[in-house]
Ligand binder design. Structure first.
Ligand SMILES: Cc1cc2nc3c(=O)[nH]c(=O)nc-3n(C[C@H](O)[C@H](O)[C@H](O)COP(=O)(O)O)c2cc1C
Length: 153
């Protein structure tokens, strides 16, 4: 079984909906050979990263940056996984009330340092809430799980 790790901050009902959508996509019934683990960033750490074959990150933008919780996850995980997880397939969604660029830049810079591999452009869900955001994140979860199963990530 391949392991997909979803690490997503979800401080509101909208963002909890996004995290659930990521999980729903990743657990699509047609995908049989991928195990999905979903964690809040404060509950996730280097052991989870070591065990996974791909990672989907989710965060809000707060004060022009990723959530403190996701930053804490990186702070605790960065050096312990730096050597062993280069090339880890990764993707990101950002829920931002009005901007999102600072968060994107910050996560991209950390991912560059880790030498993880983007398998999709970061997904920026910006502005007023749209129900379509849920579908986009569900698709992203499905894409990652399907890609892992097919061995193309
Ligand atoms: C303290 C705080 C700071 C925020 N700062 C930003 C920001 O810098 N840029 C931005 O686009 N949105 C900002 N937001 C809006 C959040 O991104 C948004 O409320 C969050 O993603 C939850 O989405 P929701 O309102 O759809 O549940 C901020 C929200 C809070 C509570």
């Amino acid at each position: 079984m391949k392991q997909l790790l979803i690490v997503a901050h979800a401080p509101s009902s909208n963002t909890r909906g996004l995290r659930a959508a990521a999980e729903r996509g990743a657990r699509h019934p047609d995908i049989e050979a991928v195990e999905v683990t979903v964690k809040a960033p404060l509950d996730a750490g280097p052991d989870d990263v070591r065990r996974c074959d791909a990672i989907l990150l989710g965060t809000t933008e707060n004060l022009g940056y990723m959530s403190g919780a996701l930053k804490d996850f990186f702070d605790r995980s960065y050096y312990p996984v730096l050597e062993d997880k280069q090339g880890l397939p990764c993707a990101l969604y950002i829920r931002a009330g009005h901007d999102g660029t600072g968060t994107r830049r910050a996560v991209e810079s950390i991912v560059t340092g880790l030498r993880w591999k983007w398998v999709q452009e970061p997904l920026l869900l910006r502005g007023e809430w749209q129900d379509d955001f849920v579908d986009q994140v569900e698709e992203l979860g499905l894409y990652l799980a399907a890609g892992l199963e097919a061995g193309i990530l």
